[in-house]
Ligand binder design. Sequence first.
Ligand SMILES: Nc1ncnc2c1ncn2[C@@H]1O[C@H](COP(=O)(O)OP(=O)(O)OP(=O)(O)O)[C@@H](O)[C@H]1O
Length: 248
Amino acid sequence: MAADEKMIIMESIDKHFGHLHVLKDVSLTVGTGEKLVIIGPSGSGKSTLIRCINHLEKPSKGRVIVDGVEITAHKAPVNKVRQSIGMVFQQFNLYHHKTVLENLTLAPILLKGVAKSEAEESAMMYLDRVGLKNKANVYPSQLSGGQQQRVAIARALNMRPKIMLFDEPTSALDPEMIQEVLDVMAGLAGEGITMVVVTHEMGFAKQVADRVIFMDEGEILEQGSPEHFFTNPEHDRAKLFLSKILRS
Ligand SMILES: Nc1ncnc2c1ncn2[C@@H]1O[C@H](COP(=O)(O)OP(=O)(O)OP(=O)(O)O)[C@@H](O)[C@H]1O
């Protein structure tokens, strides 16, 4: 894979919610296999930006190109492109009336026409990867929050995505469960998949990110390698944010 290959291109994105101007002319590219971590204060537009990548939010202006397909184009094959983008949310969003195994196999069978036996085989592989092979036949309500989030990650992976988006995946978890989810994500990061992660976990950003982006008030204020950003933030607002979050 060429290092300059672009998996995600966002060009001059604006997003308004009514009078609220949430993204202001944001441009961003993410390289194939890159691990990008987005940080910033609450309300700065991080979730909105990441949701523009898979068109859960439609930009008011600008273009989004994913793996060579412009999903903001008129009549773009949004559903098809979405199949190559896994997303993990703060809330785990599992199907509670389905077993863990069924949670993983449903989308590949229904959306991609994968044979049930094949979907189950790969599901077991991914459950093993997140350390939950022995939970295949239980229901989500029988799992801890951390386990449910690991199932959500395995479910996204079972669609064989090219990109994984994480929107504050540990924010709803009890503190003792955060690390088990971050460990799974760090393991995944080592495997070459393109990852975009919104998080308040600065340790994860330092450990895993190729690049950190600091957003404030709908703009990318600063970006750089974690080594550079965390030791040498340039903007006062980035400095203030880091001093607050690293103290907490
Ligand atoms: N669907 C929506 N309708 C109206 N306003 C919205 C909507 N989604 C987000 N907003 C507003 O847009 C702004 C940016 O929200 P967003 O969730 O992108 O920020 P964030 O940086 O991810 O914040 P947090 O860290 O608190 O999740 C906020 O003021 C939010 O209230």
